[in-house]
Design a protein around this ligand. Structure first.
Ligand code: MG
Length: 261
């Protein structure tokens, strides 16, 4: 009985609660039941495209009542880490969307927009659909000249209408190879996001993480000593389960099954 004594749940979003804009059948009701039974839930996503407010609106639209503190994105973690370091006044070259630019500007970082300049203190990488050779060149030169390389997440791909599209990890890999340096990555399974989530569950005595990706969700849980629950409603197929090392503590068809697990 995995739920025995469980008082904290870290829940991935895409592939667990919804796929794109469609809720995964049973997930909304299951979250309401688990919360009503006293489980503290934090939603953790490596996606840094949307803001916390946008997630609040999206989850609210599905009928899931959540508070701001319950949502942790890799963009939120990036902002928390940079705020702790005191980056006001620094210059950043951003490979990412407007959300990332806004978050950095909110910390007093100035964004390097001149395409001929590579004089940056930080190179910050997320998903950027307009990423091209010129940006790869600027980012790798900036890093070689001493800029700190940071990334919101290193997910190789993400699912779009039945296909896998290159994720920010694919862009990051190009910059790492070109610059000869390895980035500090914020998202699951890396330490910054795992610790940001643990902080929000402070005081919980037994925590489980539920996700659809072994290399991010489950690996992050293992690193924290949490119970791991794999759901097959996302990117992992039933055929892949037997090859997973270490094996998840529990494998479910979907989140709905956790209510009775
Ligand atoms: Mg997922």
């Amino acid at each position: 009985m995995i739920r025995e004594g469980l008082d904290g749940l870290v829940c991935d979003l895409d592939g667990v609660v919804y796929r794109g804009s469609d809720p995964i059948p049973g997930s909304v009701g299951a979250l309401a039941r688990l919360a009503a039974e006293g489980l503290r839930i934090v939603f953790a996503t490596n996606n840094s495209e949307s803001t916390v407010d946008q997630y609040l609106a999206k989850l609210g639209g599905l009928g899931i009542e959540v508070e701001e503190q319950q949502i942790v994105t890799s963009g939120v973690v990036l902002a928390e880490v940079l705020a702790q370091r005191g980056v006001a006044g620094q210059k950043a070259l951003v490979v990412g969307g407007e959300g990332m630019v806004e978050a950095l500007e909110g910390l007093g970082v100035s964004i390097l927009r001149d395409p001929s300049s590579t004089k940056a203190d930080l190179v910050v990488v997320g998903l950027d659909v307009s990423f091209d050779y010129q940006m790869l060149t600027r980012a790798s030169i900036a890093v070689r000249e001493g800029a700190t390389l940071l990334a919101s997440n290193a997910d190789a791909s993400y699912p779009v209408s039945g296909a896998l599209w290159p994720g920010s990890g694919s862009i990051l890999a190009a910059i790492e190879v070109a610059s000869g340096r390895t980035a500090e990555v914020m998202g699951k399974p890396h330490r910054p996001m795992m610790e940001a989530v643990a902080k929000r569950l402070d005081g919980a005595s037994r925590i489980a993480i539920v996700g659809d990706r072994p290399d991010t969700d489950l690996a992050g849980g293992v690193a924290m000593g949490w119970a791991t629950i794999l759901v097959l409603s996302g990117v992992t197929s039933p055929e892949e389960v037997s090859g997973l090392i270490p094996p998840p503590d529990l494998v479910l068809g979907s989140l709905a099954e956790l209510v009775d697990a």
